[in-house]
Design a protein around this ligand. Structure first.
Ligand SMILES: Nc1ncnc2c1ncn2[C@@H]1O[C@H](COP(=O)(O)OP(=O)(O)OP(=O)(O)O)[C@@H](O)[C@H]1O
Ligand SMILES: [Mg+2]
Length: 236
């Protein structure tokens, strides 16, 4: 375990939404290696999205250390964390957060448009965009409005948007989707292939155990938390 070479390194992390609110996260130690594919299971309301927001620097840790790609986020200001995120992290939101009045292509390119220092120039980003959409099988959808897409297609657009700036770490919040296991497995294997080409690490959270065997390592958020909430089977 080496904080500078780990992709994610957490030490004595505590998070609460407000001073008088309960602790949502209380993690003594956690590390994830570069290129690792990690699955975190947690029931609804257990803190998965909160943890992803702390890892991405959207929310500041209340206490402790959050080191991502060797950068200690706790020593950065909110705007420095925003910049760090725009250069290094890809994020797939639980609800995708695609912009409904923009076309698929505009949605995918949005992070580069909003980035004052885009990590790719326009020519390289067009080449990378074409590669990504072909790999994801959405090259025929670029001019469509996102409202015209199926949930599975929206998921692929969300992946393309999360990877358009070639991040080092992909944080994925799996939605409560109606997609079947076969579809999700196929989709995930495709993301893994792209991740391997790009030396990308994946931190994936879900309240559904069924995909965990596809990952290099998996954990239950309750086992990561220092303060134990009773497991439902403890009541049996
Ligand atoms: N903005 C907020 N302000 C205050 N409390 C919040 C806020 N967002 C979430 N919480 C609380 O933090 C806890 C963890 O919520 P979180 O959204 O991280 O859970 P989750 O594991 O992602 O759940 P789900 O599987 O339903 O998405 C919950 O008790 C929730 O009510
Ligand atoms: Mg959530």
């Amino acid at each position: 375990m080496n904080p500078t070479s780990d992709l994610i390194h957490l030490k004595s992390l505590k998070f609460k939404y407000a001073k008088e609110s309960p602790l949502i996260l209380d993690i003594e130690q956690f590390s994830m290696a570069p290129r690792e594919r990690f699955f975190l299971y947690g029931t609804s309301g257990s803190g998965k999205t909160t943890l992803l927001e702390v890892l991405s620097g959207v929310l500041p840790a209340t206490e402790g250390k959050v080191v991502i790609c060797g950068q200690n986020l706790t020593s950065l200001s909110a705007s420095e964390r925003d910049f760090f995120r725009s250069q290094n992290l890809g994020y797939i939101f639980q609800s995708f957060n695609l912009i409904p009045y923009l076309k698929v292509k505009e949605n995918i390119l949005l992070p580069l448009k909003l980035n004052p220092h885009p990590p790719l120039n326009q020519k390289d980003s067009e080449v990378w965009l074409q590669h990504l959409v072909q790999r994801l099988g959405i090259e025929g959808l670029l001019e469509k409005n996102v409202l015209q897409l199926s949930v599975g297609q929206q998921q692929r657009v969300a992946v393309a948007r999360a990877l358009i700036h070639k991040p080092k770490l992909l944080l994925a919040d799996e939605p409560t989707s109606a997609l079947d296991f076969e579809h999700r497995e196929k989709f995930l294997n495709l993301v893994f292939e792209i991740a391997q080409e790009q030396n990308l690490g994946i931190f994936f959270v879900s309240h559904d155990h069924s995909l965990k065997s596809l990952f290099d390592r998996s954990m239950d958020l309750r086992d990561l938390q220092k303060v134990k909430v009773p497991k439902s089977e403890d009541f049996r």
